[in-house]
Write a protein that binds this ligand. Structure first.
Ligand SMILES: N=CN[C@@H](CCC(=O)O)C(=O)O
Ligand SMILES: [Zn+2]
Length: 405
């Protein structure tokens, strides 16, 4: 890594994807401290910029730091047995109905100490960071008691404190009905609304609140109560909705100005329209679609027609998407959902930032923004989408600090 002696640092001769579009002329980026101060064609760099800058990199492709806006990175145990069961034809919903699936991870997560959860999540986070990720959303949802949900959120916060990455946390108490509340889902929703949300908000442990609105999750009415409680405590909302069926959770979430609705394989036009009006992002999770061998493709054309921003994420979790490689999602989203390569790139940068409520702070390379970006050994940003090839990350820059390469 070049040593820094000047106040300015310079990357030049770049093909630049700035989060919105691709600039093919030889581009340059100048950084001062933690911030980008100049972006433009190399030919427009001033003599004084050149004289007072350390050259940090020449050539290659630069993109914003990638943003994984939907993960379940903190969990105990594994679900390798369930993977084998699904190959034998048992469905995700059947496994859940037998008390497996999410609930088997709940058991393992409850049994794990904070330290154990931290260590296993740290390894998964390192895989994401080595893949160019500088911001990760992490959900709770495998604790399902107040103590265990807060334990997960504390681990997520600590991951952010101890790594060069920005972590956003989401309370997902309404992920599954815990066994001790069998037959009493409304009483469990009371616990979420009256205890978990207020406590997570009071301790500053959650940036948002999420729900699983589904036959094997919670009803629209139950999710609405969770959204109301989130609103009372000033927390933004998100939803897992329309993954296995169309319950109308997306339209509900849009009524509460959800930041994003995620999965949405079964989303209908009314839901798309509601999301467009609310400015809610559609987060596509091709890893779950692939793992569950789903055949119902999200309504991409309708989402485009209504101008709903499309984000992409790994959904990294032990069951439905045990995949911790965001660049693979670029390729899968195009192959499985027919996104264009440009839509895929926007989905892990600008639109992923919007899905986290951070459209003005992240996902774009522009003057004034944090110097969060990646330099890749590639000739063309589309190569990052078309070709699945780990090891192309040359430099990963987080708030000005080069941490990889
Ligand atoms: N759909 C619900 N929740 C997670 C699955 C988590 C799991 O299977 O453990 C998801 O986003 O895919
Ligand atoms: Zn999820």
């Amino acid at each position: 890594m070049p040593t820094t002696t000047n106040p300015l640092r310079l990357w030049t001769d770049l093909t630049l994807f700035d989060g919105v579009q691709i600039h093919t002329q030889s581009m340059a980026v100048v950084v001062e401290g933690e911030r980008i101060v100049w972006v433009g064609p190399k030919t427009e760099l001033s003599a004084s910029q050149l004289a007072s800058a350390d050259l940090m990199g020449t050539g290659g492709v630069m993109t914003p730091g990638l943003i994984d806006c939907h993960t379940h990175l903190v969990f105990g145990g594994d679900r390798a047995d369930e993977f084998a069961q699904r190959l034998e034809g048992v469905s995700y919903a059947e496994i859940a109905a037998q008390g497996g699936g999410i609930l088997s991870t709940v058991k393992a997560t409850r049994a794990a100490s904070e330290e154990e959860l931290f260590t296993s999540a740290q390894a998964r986070l390192e895989a994401l960071m080595a893949d160019g990720v500088t911001m990760v959303e992490i959900k709770s949802g495998y604790g399902l008691t107040m103590a265990d949900e807060l334990k997960m959120l504390r681990v997520a916060r600590r991951l952010g404190e101890q790594n060069p990455v920005h972590i956003r946390t989401t309370l997902l108490g309404a992920h599954a009905l815990p066994p001790e509340y069998a037959g009493q889902p409304d009483a469990y929703i009371d616990l979420i609304c009256e205890q978990m949300i207020p406590q997570a908000a009071a301790e500053g442990l959650a940036d948002a609140v999420d729900v699983f609105c589904e036959g094997i999750g919670f009803s629209v009415a139950q999710c609405e109560r969770v959204f109301q409680a989130a609103q009372r405590h000033g927390l933004a909302v998100k939803a897992h909705a329309e993954q296995l069926s169309n319950l109308g959770g997306s339209a509900l979430a849009a009524r509460y100005q959800a930041l994003s609705v995620d999965h949405i394989e079964w989303l209908d036009e009314a839901g798309v329209s509601a999301m467009a009006q609310a400015g809610t992002v559609a987060t596509l999770l091709p890893g779950a679609f692939y793992t569950l061998r789903d055949t119902q493709v999200p309504p991409i054309d309708l989402l485009r027609q209504y101008g709903v921003p499309l984000a992409l994420a790994t959904d990294g979790n032990p069951g439905s998407s045990p995949i911790f490689q965001l660049t693979l999602m670029l390729n899968m989203a195009c192959t499985l959902f027919r996104l264009t390569p440009l839509e895929a790139l926007q989905g892990v940068t600008k639109n992923a930032a919007k899905a986290l409520g951070l459209a003005e702070q992240a996902g774009v390379i522009a003057p004034g923004r944090h110097a969060d970006f990646c330099l890749w050994r590639a000739r063309n940003p589309y190569e990052l989408v078309s070709t699945v090839q780990p090891g192309r990350l040359q430099q990963r820059v987080f708030r000005g600090a080069v941490t990889h390469g």
